[in-house]
Design a protein around this ligand. Structure first.
Ligand code: FE2
Length: 283
């Protein structure tokens, strides 16, 4: 079994700054890190699917590292449209975060029962996605090297979302990726962020899970005629559990007062007794 926690779009600023004058992204990440450390069992790793910082700056990345430092498991990241992959590789050089030192700034994690391939969908000079021939060739080489069950992480959703603001990037950029995945059945799941809202879809036969943002959510019409609004609350971390050869994915809320809220504590009955009553005549 592998337990992977996904968070995304943390949009960290240098210490003391808040996003849009009102979103305390550092507070939201600190609360999220604390929540993940309470999960039982503890996850095997955390993957942050891009937009780690707001401005692609070194102070932001150092603040991001400081905020993640209490996590009790390895952390990995992929670049989003707000990120600077070359700077990430330098600033994160002494961490597990980003073991990619040169273009195309993609890497493989081989330490778990599931293989993880971290991709780069960032464009230079645009927020819209790119997956160029060099990145595609790298992925093809990796997929031909091993049949091990594989999870792919990238920032932009490689699917039509029905949210016109996100679909401005068109569908052409992921057609070659889709064709490649169709030839490699070991890819079990694609995870992404970018949209600051959660959505499940597919690229070919592979499920795609797009997670809520840790910084703030975007809400509003799916049509481009109306601008979205920001909902200033952190999204819930997503737990991707690899079990019996497949992934099960869902948000994983874990409030600070969980122990007091347990049904055995609140009901005054032992957990063994409660389980027995659930089994009923099938015990
Ligand atoms: Fe974002």
């Amino acid at each position: 079994m592998t337990l992977l926690v996904q968070i995304t779009d943390t949009h960290i600023l240098p210490p003391g700054e808040v996003l849009y004058g009102e979103v305390d992204t550092a507070l939201h990440l600190r609360q999220t890190v604390s929540r993940i450390n309470r999960f039982r069992p503890l996850p095997d790793l955390v993957m942050v699917t891009g937009d780690l910082v707001e401005q692609g700056d070194e102070d932001g990345y150092r603040h991001f590292m400081e905020l993640l430092s209490p996590l009790g498991m390895p952390v990995y990241v992929v670049p989003g449209n707000h990120d600077n992959p070359a700077l990430m590789s330098r600033v994160f050089a002494d961490t597990t975060y980003f073991p990619a030192t040169a273009s195309p700034f993609q890497y493989a994690i081989e330490d778990f029962p599931v293989r993880i391939l971290a991709l780069n969908s960032r464009s230079e000079g645009s927020e819209l996605p790119t997956f160029n021939a060099q990145r595609l060739q790298w992925l093809q080489d990796q997929l031909e090297r091993s049949d091990k069950p594989t999870l792919i992480a990238l920032h932009h959703p490689p699917m039509k979302t029905g949210i016109e603001l996100i679909d401005m990037g068109g569908t052409a950029w992921f057609q070659d990726l889709k064709s490649l995945l169709n030839k490699h059945e070991q890819v079990k799941l694609v995870i992404c962020g970018h949209c600051h809202t959660d959505l499940c879809g597919r690229i070919g036969q592979v499920p795609v899970y797009m997670a809520q943002a840790t910084s703030h959510q975007l809400v509003g019409s799916r049509a481009l005629t109306v601008a979205p609004a920001a909902l200033i609350e952190p999204g819930t971390p997503v737990l991707h559990q690899f079990i019996d050869g497949e992934f099960l994915s869902g948000s994983n809320a874990w409030p600070p007062n969980l122990e007091q809220e347990r049904i055995d504590v609140k009901s005054g009955r032992s957990w063994e007794d409660l389980k027995q009553s659930m089994r009923g005549s099938r015990s």
